[in-house]
Design a protein around this ligand. Sequence first.
Ligand SMILES: [Ca+2]
Ligand SMILES: [Ca+2]
Ligand SMILES: [Ca+2]
Length: 844
Amino acid sequence: MSTVLRTVLVSILLSVSFLFGADLSMKVTDSGYLDTQGFSVILYHSTFHPIFVDQKNTAMEMILHGHRIATNGDVRLVPTPEQWDAVAQLKGRQPDKENNRLTAQLYFPDFQMDYRLEVAAEPGGVRVSVNLDKPLPERLAGRAGFNLEFLPSAYIGKTYSLDGNVFGVFPISPQDAMVKVLPLPDDPKKLPYQEEWDQAKGYTQPLPLATGKSITLAVEDPLYRIRINSETAPLSLYDGRSRAQNGWFVLRTLIPSGKTEGAVVWHIRPDVIPNWTRPPMIAHSQVGYPPNFPKVAVIELDPKFKAPKRAKVLRLADDGSYKQAFEGPVSESTPWLRYTYAKFDFSSVKDPGMYVIEYAGQRTELFPIAKDVYSNTWQSSLDGYLAVEMDHVSVREGYRLWHGVSHLDDARQAPPNTQHFDGYSMGPNTDSLFQGGQHIPGLNVGGWYDAGDFDIRAQSQYAVIQDLALAYKAFDLKWDQLTVDETARTVEMHRPDGIPDAVQQVKHGILQVLAQIKAIGHPIPGIVEPTLRQYTHLGDGASKTDGRIYSEKLGPNEVDGNFSGIPEDRWAFTTKSAGLQYGASASLAAATHVLKGWDDELAKECMDTAIRLWDEEHAHPTTSQFQSFNTTGGMASTEEWKAALELLIATNGGEAYKRRVLEMFPSVLQRFAMGGWNAVRALPYMDADFRTRLREAVKAYVAQLDKDLAATPFGVPPARGNWGGSASVADLGARMYFLHQAFPDIVGTEYTLRAANYMLGTHPVSSTSYVSSVGTSSKLKAYGNNRADSTFIPGGVIPGYIVIKPDFPECIDDFGFLWFETEYVIDVAAKWILAANAADAILK
Ligand SMILES: [Ca+2]
Ligand SMILES: [Ca+2]
Ligand SMILES: [Ca+2]
């Protein structure tokens, strides 16, 4: 929303402020939450994550005026819990329509504490209560309390008031005194890495900013103002950011000893603006549109909003004025989740220039109509984001050092039977010649930091290599703005060195893949920090470890040349798996043609190793595969299919691979979108019958796809899981381009353009481009490894909106700490490079 518009809106809102506190009554909806126009309360539609625990999306949550302002409302054992701190287990929950009440049964198994959390409608808001089965266990006295966490970006800089007469301001950065809060000697043991983390971080908690019986948050802001008062013990307001940058503001009331029913009772009174409706959101491409292709904005509407039936397109003149270029109808809207969606087709506007859409008193950001709108949408992902993610080198941009040379001390053998908090684990065997804890030489080269964290996760490295290799080949990707010196371990941005950056990135990935195979004998799941203290490090990757190889002969503060006495080198998880064998083989085969002519020796090594891994797996077919979350590679058959294809192409039709492609063909067609479509790349080596069968499969696939996509407002796969869906949309864009190339009479260009436009702003919630720094308005607070600075990495691609269950799509623009909405992941950036080039190629 523009600043001017916001100001106007706010002054309108202020003028009706005398109406606040009107009788508001909430009802339990068919989807099982409490709702009234402008305010919703959700109770445990989502749960804590089994591995990552606290995602700030569970327990009692509140949506006020279209913003999810509060989450995690439940009993907690410290004032400002962090990601891995103890959480209650959910036994069950019941929405009760008759009494307009939500109830959840919960327990802390380690503390024999069972209770009922209840949120009941009452005039003006809700009554929240914690009701214990038995009085509070003595060792939880002064520790267990009801916590509710408030979104920092909604409240920073705004006023709160206590008991109606004491005022304060939510600070920009945490400023509270910390005190020691030690565990009791008989507290149950946590997982070893959590115990270690607790000790390392030192058992401190902040003192409250404020304490009182009632509190009003955002006194001056009608959109966010809400009052809470406690009938039981006082309310204390804490700043969770004193412990961790991703902390929220926590409002808390302690559970008193001796009480069971109504141990904590709060009354929550949102100042809901009477008849509030959410302003329309005009979703459009932030990079604009090509003249001779469809131009369709999608307008997201509050069903209660009286939506105008027409919209305009205005053209910017060079004196700063706007002239109407088009006026046209807005389609009937169709419902999806809690909103409805209408379309505004302005394809007839074709003159190059800068435009805005005007609808219902709102103007969008400016966007161009031009012939080459996609031509600058992917470079930052390649020479910006992926460069910043390069491990084992330093990365400099002008005066700025993004990071120094990282992880020179890679890596130590992870001990057998290790469970790691980022999804890695070791089985009973190491599958290597190294003993647990022993240094494995040669791993400190190449690779990229996985995501918002810094581990080298093999399967995402493979995806990056394969997509970059395909983009390089399909689009002749000669873009060169990086200087990369692997010997000096330096990377410099905005300094062309005569070698295409795609070649250098592929090589950087391959160096790590080959290093693993040479050092250990086979590809491995990955390399990751051993402790939570290191894992949660934000900032320069070079200071995550000391770069010196650990030696047990040295004391903890001793250094001897290249050795030091702190056991902080990263762990290599080394279990062998067929998925990784084939994944590495596919990547090495794909890299061959990229490296040819630039580094022939390495290209040959890639080819030889790809074939060796393939032969090895085929000599000893895998029957069962060790699996650990998302670290041990894809399904063996999926990965084998990729390897067969890449080897077929790399060997220019090699018989063994051709045979295997033919054998696997019928089964991969069953999972067409999940890689089966890649069969199209085998066409040059196959006969007419193969082509005919593939053609039939494509026809059937497109018919089903059209049906599926027609049921969604944006014509792309919707995000309905626990992570935003931009990866699958980018994949759609790339996939449909290659199918279009082979079968233009069956597959049109619209899927690829729609996918690109989705990534660049035509999606739910807001029209912010999901590619940081690409487009007029893009995501500039994201979950990169620099998120402690509330900022972005150019070209990073975020997952995008998710549906907060059951029906609230969310992607918070001015907050970057929700990983499921805003965490950059390397393989999505690579997929975007492919998809954006595909869109660009269509225009050409
Ligand atoms: Ca990771
Ligand atoms: Ca270069
Ligand atoms: Ca070290």
